[in-house]
Design a protein around this ligand. Sequence first.
Ligand SMILES: Cc1cc2nc3c(=O)[nH]c(=O)nc-3n(C[C@H](O)[C@H](O)[C@H](O)COP(=O)(O)OP(=O)(O)OC[C@H]3O[C@@H](n4cnc5c(N)ncnc54)[C@H](O)[C@@H]3O)c2cc1C
Length: 558
Amino acid sequence: INPTIYDYVIAGGGAVGLSLAVRLSEDPSKTVVVLEAGETGFGKLNRGNFGTANDWRFVTVPQKDAGGRVQDQVQGRVLGGGSAINSGIYIRGNKAEYDALETLGAKGWNWKSMFAAVKKSEHFFPPSAAEIKALGLTFNPAYHGHSGPVALSMQALNVSNFYRDFAIPTLHNLGHEMNLDPNGGTHNGGSWEFLTALPDTNTRSYAVSGYYLPVANRTNLHVLPNSHVSRIIWSPTSTKDDLEASGVEYLALNTTAGSPARQFINAHNIILSGSALNTPKILELSGVGDPTILKRVGVALVINLPGVGSNLCNQPVTIASYLLKNGTVDAGNTIRAAILDMQPLSGFLSPSDLKRSREMLSVKPQGLSTPQFEVMKNLMAAGVPQMEFTWNIAADGNNITTLTFDRLILLKPLSRGSVHINSTNPLDPPVIDPKYLSAPHDKFIFSKAIECTRRIAATEPLKSIIEGPIVPDSTVQTEDDFIHYVNSQSQSEHHFIGTSAMTLRSLGGVVDPSLRVYGTSNVRVADLSIIANLPGIHTVSLAYMVAERAAEIIKNDL
Ligand SMILES: Cc1cc2nc3c(=O)[nH]c(=O)nc-3n(C[C@H](O)[C@H](O)[C@H](O)COP(=O)(O)OP(=O)(O)OC[C@H]3O[C@@H](n4cnc5c(N)ncnc54)[C@H](O)[C@@H]3O)c2cc1C
């Protein structure tokens, strides 16, 4: 099939875009084309593609509230997007966090509908009986999908005895309970790590291997790598209040000619799926956005939507590590061993710090709408996790073993930033300003969480095997020291959302609950930019939720 007008053109073949393309092309009467700026990456991907051609290699502007540093923002630029280069950690959030999306105007987007959708994406491989016995692994089959495209699995055998003998008993002594399975709507507490990987080989399972490759021979589904979408083409006959698009313009990057060739594709429906950092650029270059920004760059305004590119949110992350006494633990197979401990404020703040937290929350940080702020405060008060403490064990060749909290993640930042174009050249990177740690409450609770690892290390049975702190080192003691540590050491966790938010237009919304860009009849956004408030999770589960839910909505033309 080689249509002159496709039913659907999808700009971006990432976690959401490629999975959605596969679902839409299940109807053989519909033609779907995916334009992906990166290459296919077949046969060359695993972890560690950061800084290569498979990464957009973005950087932020200097982050005033995070030590003035410019920070790297890794983003997949390859078929499968983030799902092709990510670390594969998988977890879903708290029911109330998804229900809150509906409260903010995303009608029909709630835990019930999103949980049902995400299970369609999943094929859970339970651990073997031997693994369950050896490690005490727990899971609830009812929380999982069992015939979807993306594989989900748990620990292999031969992990360190540290987890069973030291980590879990210490968590108990801290009053942090183990969670049977964090994927069913309550992710509080400690749980074993789930990964999007095949169980025996530990091979990555992602949008390409799970969704696309098994159906790559569909004649109604075309995937064009090295195709960078620059803008939407508006139909000259469309009305002012309900703009219709006729297709997109893209740059074919694999040409041997000197500069990329400009190409056009016609389609009845346009779906932007470039990610929270890239989709605003396509909208702005198409004249959709904040008039002030478009004017500054010299793009004619088509739709006045000031929310485009605002509300950028991402989690900061840092580490803390402790040297263990020689010979006290067997490091085992460190490749797939971790416990994620997801804690609400009361799990890591002292009673007096909880009081200070409440006082700080009397002032709304800049960039958040009042309803967003209310929702987030309510979730905090309801005990929804705000910090992740990942417990990992590492050993070097000299038998030096460390406990590394290798992901200390501020799960639900209040800080909001922006991503905007700075020129009319589609190949120029956007200006990324996440405003990390600009909300005082973010900085306060994040630094207190790092400090809390000292209390954890002083809790038995862990205490008896700790030699001392490595980073932050023992000179870091006071509240100011810990604040300095997060200012100078925190990095991006690469879980961007929010820049084409699905919320009321009056609140800065960009798309309605059927994913349509306000003011258009046939342009939709389907990627993590539509999520107004971040659930406290790693975001690939959310990406598959969005893909499956978007497929339901678009197939039924809701
Ligand atoms: C380094 C890294 C590690 C991560 N680790 C984890 C993890 O362990 N667990 C977890 O749950 N999540 C993780 N994530 C996050 C998760 O992968 C992302 O949230 C998810 O991939 C976002 O999906 P998306 O479809 O919105 O965007 P993406 O998956 O980024 O897809 C966007 C796609 O659009 C393409 N594109 C962009 N602009 C254009 C254009 N103009 N024209 C054509 N194509 C375009 C991009 O190249 C990309 O392929 C990680 C992300 C990164 C970057």
